[in-house]
Write a protein that binds this ligand. Sequence first.
Ligand SMILES: [Fe+2]
Length: 337
Amino acid sequence: MNKSLRNLALLPVWILSIFSKSKSFGENPVVGSYILNLLGLHVFRLLLAHGISNFRFFLLSPLMPKEERKRFHEDGYIVLKDFLPEEEFAALQHEAIQYSGQVAEKIEGDTATDWVRLSPDKCKELPACKRMLDVPGYRKRLQYCAATLRPPLYYIQAIRHNYVSGEKDPQKDVHSDTFHPTMKAWFYMVDVTPENGPFKYIKGSHKLSWSKIKWEYRKSLREARAGTDGSFRATEEDLKELGYDQPKAVCVPRNTLVIVNTHGYHCRGQANGAQTRVEIWAFSRVNPFNPFLGLSVKLLEKVRHKIIDKLTDHQSKSGKLKVVTANWSSEFKQDAK
Ligand SMILES: [Fe+2]
C-alpha cells in the first residue's frame, strides 16, 4: 500500500492522535499538517497539554515540599544534593559502577549510552538499586515532577563520551524533548564536571511566555514544511529569537539528584576526551491530555515490565537493539569508593 493510501486508511487514528503524546511532524500527517498548523493546531495542543499537566501538578502537590515545587516550576529543574545517607550511597555506587551484566547500547554520533532497566526481576539481583527505588522521598518527587502517579521507568545508565568514532552526537544539540511537560531524572554516581559532558539546561525555558507561544507557532510551520521528528531543535537564531541565554552546565557532586522538565531546552554537554558518567536515570512521559493521575500498583508494574521485556527481546533478536556486556567498571578504578 502506498503512503497516501495508508494515511487515508489510518485517518481516524491520526485524528485521535491529536490528543496523544504524538509529536512527530514527519510521521503523523495530521499533527504535522502545514494547513492545520497554520490554523494553530500545534499551539492548541501546546496550551491544552500544559493546562491539563498543571491541573495534575496541582492535584499531586502533597508529594513534594512547597519550596522544592516552587524551584522546579521556576527553573524547570531541581538539584537535591547529598540525597542518600553516605553508607547507602556507597552501596548503590558500587553496585551501579561494578555492574557487569547485559546492557542495551545506543550509539549516537561519538557517544555510546548503555542502559540496564531496573525491572522488579532485575532488582532481585541489585539490592541497593531496589532500596533506592523504594525511598519514598525519591519516588514521590519523581511522581510529582512527572505529574502522574504511574511510576517512571528506572535504569542504570552509563553515558560514554568519545568511545566511538562518529559524527556529532545529536543529543548535544539544544532541543526540547516534546511539546508538553515531561520528566527525566539523573541521580549521579560520579561527580559531574565540565569535563565529563554535563547535562545543560536553559533555566525557565519550559515556561509558556507570550513570545515563546508566538515562536512555537512559527516553528511549527517550519517543522511541518521540513517533516521533522517533533523534538524541536533550537538553533543559535532560535535562541536569539526566544531571548534565551546559552544552556548552562549543571555540574554537581556525586550523590546528587537532578529532576528536570525536559520540555525546557537542554542538551548533553561536550566531554573532554573519553569520559563516562554513570547514574540512576528515570524517565516518565504520559498522555498530556489525560486529566487522571494514573495508578501505582505493583502488579500493573510487573505486567508493564514483562511487556517491555518481550518487546526488548524481539528488538534485540531482530537487530533493532544492540545488547552488549557492560564494561564501564574499569574506567572508575580510582573513582569508586
Ligand atoms: Fe533531550
